[in-house]
Ligand binder design. Structure first.
Ligand SMILES: *Cc1c(COP(=O)(O)O)cnc(C)c1O
Length: 454
């Protein structure tokens, strides 16, 4: 791996109370004009970000273990992405691909055909957000199959638009009060090794067993002939960084293929080197019919995509898919540069190295801390599930306390999970070893302290 060049000092530096005076002033201005429904994790306002650090308007430099929710994998101001954006923006910012097309869109589609699983004939359509990609994958699957039903899973997160709220599992904060929701969405049980319990003989519930349970629900409650698509995150994101038991995804995928059901992998969070492979589907050899992508795709610029089987995507009549901004040329230029950086810097290898470091340290810590129930994840998409001492009861209070204490010590950590009891680590893949080590030391100290207090 060649090391990225950093523009900002890669250091944790706390120079004010949180929030500092400038952040506090911005919080005041915000309150008067920004809708209360948009909440922010940090009380700090950003002035700069690069590599593994976020610098606030008061000069505090925080270690970033969130990457803007798995977006800035190549860094928040990767020089190659910055140069590509600057060059494109100086020529044209927008023409609308549906009106006056351009090469960047095609270049991105070529890259996606090459990188997504499988060597079959593929097509891509570009959008602006993950939710929009998911909506369009469902549109394509319904159109191509002539069927209505869509199967989703417990703990799923697919977005905040009307259709994707219906697809998402968790009520608060995503759905509560925002109904009615779109029809013909059915929820099947997920494979969740930490919470699936044991078989009568004491053995762990296998992926094949969990798949059989889900398939039975689908067949009995919906009927295979009515199902247009099965939509699943190969590693669940907001729902708790749940990695299904081995064999679960292949069994669901095989059932879908045997029943003419479109298998859609929602790789919006898990895609683009995040899990140590280009796509998380690869860890179990899955070749999805359609893949949805966004977050890590374009170095922070808004871009999303649906890529998949040419026969499905090309079934849709011309004009049936699109959007004013979808595949914006500046975002496309950023994506081409970001993908090139992922290759040059071997960010798949880097994600695997991050996994090795983090998992070794956290599993060692878990031996001495009784509120750590589970350490899991793939690549640089890693999580700690917190429980009440000794058992499996979720511990959201400790989770909140750890995230808050880590932030006060200058480390940005995100939480997630249906039960609000999961700490998720999503560092930029270009974070230096030194900075990652320092952040983990802060996290370990924080967890030990909170464990003693709880
Ligand atoms: C974030 C996310 C989405 C929604 O993406 P937006 O860009 O926020 O609309 C969809 N699916 C998964 C798995 C996600 O993590």
């Amino acid at each position: 791996m060649s090391t990225p060049a950093y523009r900002l000092p890669q250091e944790r530096r706390i120079v004010t109370e949180f929030p500092g005076p400038r952040s506090a002033a911005l919080a005041q201005r915000r309150k008067a004009v920004v809708g209360a429904g948009v909440a922010s994790t940090l009380p700090l306002y950003v002035a700069d970000a690069d590599g593994g650090v976020i610098v606030d308007v008061d000069g505090n430099s925080l270690i970033d273990l969130g990457a803007g929710i798995a977006v800035t994998s190549v860094g928040a101001s990767n020089p190659a992405v910055v140069a590509a954006v600057q060059d494109q923006v100086a020529h044209f910012t927008h023409t609308c691909f549906m009106i006056a097309p351009y090469e960047g869109y095609i270049e991105v589609a070529e890259k996606l055909a090459e990188l997504t699983p499988g060597d079959h004939d593929k097509r891509s359509v570009l959008f602006n957000s993950g939710a929009e990609a998911v909506e369009n994958a469902v549109k394509i699957a319904r159109y191509a199959t002539g069927r209505d039903a869509v199967i989703v899973f417990d703990h799923a997160y697919h977005g905040r638009t009307n259709l994707t709220m219906a697809l998402t599992a968790k009520s608060m904060p995503y759905k509560s009060g925002f109904g009615p929701f779109a029809p013909e969405i059915y929820r099947a049980p997920m494979s969740y090794p930490f919470r699936d319990g044991l078989n009568a003989d004491g053995s762990a519930v296998t992926g094949a067993q969990a798949a059989a349970r889900a398939i039975s629900v689908i067949e009995k409650q919906v009927g295979a002939d009515n199902v247009a698509a099965i939509l699943i995150e190969p590693v669940q994101g907001e729902g708790g960084f749940i990695v299904p038991a081995e064999g679960f995804l292949p069994a669901i995928d095989a059932w879908a293929k045997a029943n003419g059901v479109v298998f859609i992998a929602d790789e919006v969070q898990s895609g683009f080197a995040r899990t140590g492979a280009w796509f998380a589907s690869e860890h179990e050899g899955i070749v999805p019919d359609l893949v949805t992508m966004a977050k890590g795709i374009a170095g922070g610029m808004p871009l999303a995509a649906v890529t998949g089987r040419a026969d499905l995507i090309d079934a849709v009549h011309p004009g049936g898919l699109g959007g004013t901004y979808g595949g914006n040329p500046v975002a496309c230029a950023a994506a081409v540069a970001a993908i090139e950086q992922m290759t040059t810097l071997d960010l798949n290898g880097r994600a695997r190295a991050i996994e090795a470091t983090v998992v070794a340290r956290l599993t060692a810590l878990a031996k001495n801390v009784d509120i750590i129930g589970d350490v899991r994840g793939r690549g640089a998409m890693l999580a700690i599930e917190l429980v009440l001492p000794g058992g499996r009861e979720p511990n959201p209070d400790a989770t909140k306390a750890i995230a808050a204490a880590a932030l006060n010590a200058g480390v940005v950590i995100l939480t997630c999970g249906t039960y609000g009891n999961v700490i998720r680590l999503l560092p930029p893949l270009v974070i230096s070893d030194e900075l990652l080590d320092e952040a983990l030391t802060v996290l370990e100290d924080t967890i030990r302290t909170v464990a003693q207090e709880n």
